[in-house]
Design a protein around this ligand. Structure first.
Ligand SMILES: NC(=O)c1ccc[n+]([C@@H]2O[C@H](COP(=O)([O-])OP(=O)(O)OC[C@H]3O[C@@H](n4cnc5c(N)ncnc54)[C@H](O)[C@@H]3O)[C@@H](O)[C@H]2O)c1
Length: 254
């Protein structure tokens, strides 16, 4: 892909799953990656594996709920590599999603917990990254949203609302700062077989999901990572304000 070599990219929530796959893919494209995650061990371990493969990476603990922590993540990129060119905001509270019921039943504790990470946290990352990003020509943000934002589901109300709000944030950023050289897009994965999902997925749900995709297999984290890398690259220079589905054709939105 064009234009990723030597770019400095922060991955907010890159310690596992889709974020870790994205960090690895960007490093393969010769970008320099800064991986922040709630789990310092996970972030450092992904960074170490990239460095042992010859890439350039730094991993550190960060909490997307905490302003000082988010500011520090961006500053670490500036201190380590001298600039910030791109941001992948990917963190989500995947524990909350398992308990997320319908609108009648949801507690405001669970709702607030979901929004704090999946939506408020993404706004916080945007705010803290913007002053750095806007100093770089051809800067970009990709948010990880979900098909849950638009398919309509009888459960997971907080998750769906958080991802819908995220699409709105992305479109706002794209329209507000597009003329300043910043592009913003979102990737919307379908059910993605991260190690954790692959290990814990109910066999019946796996079969049902496979029957629903117009593809020979379910989505891999590497499929999503490739799309994020493309959207952050100069090959996507005219793509702004879009939600790109990576779901094996399950949704086929107009
Ligand atoms: N796996 C799927 O089927 C699927 C489908 C659609 C969308 N998504 C989205 O993809 C993204 C990644 O999901 P994943 O499946 O790779 O899950 P994951 O749990 O492996 O990745 C999420 C990462 O975010 C981190 N995180 C959680 N809370 C945080 C916080 N407060 N501060 C900083 N980091 C925090 C976690 O530690 C984890 O490393 C999420 O936004 C999720 O909503 C996943």
């Amino acid at each position: 892909m064009r234009g990723l070599r030597d770019k400095v990219v922060v991955i907010a929530g890159g310690g596992s799953g889709i974020g870790a796959a994205t960090a690895r893919r960007l490093a393969e494209e010769d970008a320099r990656v800064v991986i922040g995650d709630l789990s310092a061990n996970a972030a450092r371990s992904v960074a170490r594996s990239i460095e042992s493969a010859g890439g350039r990476a730094t991993g550190l603990a960060f909490n997307v709920r905490d302003t000082a922590s988010v500011a520090r993540l961006m500053q670490v990129a500036m201190d380590a590599f001298g600039r910030l060119d791109a941001l992948h905001v990917n963190a989500a509270d995947m524990g909350a999603i398992r308990e997320d019921p319908d609108a009648a039943e949801i507690s405001f504790e669970l709702f607030d917990r979901t929004i704090a990470v999946n939506l408020r946290g993404h706004l916080l990352c945007t705010q803290q990254a913007l002053p750095h990003l806007l100093r770089s020509a051809g800067c970009a943000i990709v948010y990880t949203t979900s098909e849950s934002a638009y398919i309509g589901e009888p459960t997971r109300v907080a998750y769906a609302m958080s991802k819908s709000g995220l699409n709105a944030l992305m479109r706002h950023v794209a329209s507000r700062w597009g003329r300043h050289g910043l592009r913003a897009n979102a990737v919307a994965p379908g059910l993605t077989l991260t190690e954790e999902v692959d290990r814990s997925l109910d066999p019946e749900l796996r079969d049902k999901s496979l029957a629903e995709v117009h593809s020979t297999r379910l989505v891999s984290p590497q499929d999503v990572a490739a799309t994020v890398a493309f959207l952050l690259s100069d090959d996507a220079a005219s793509i702004n304000g879009q939600v790109i589905s990576v779901d094996g054709g399950r949704t086929m939105r107009a």
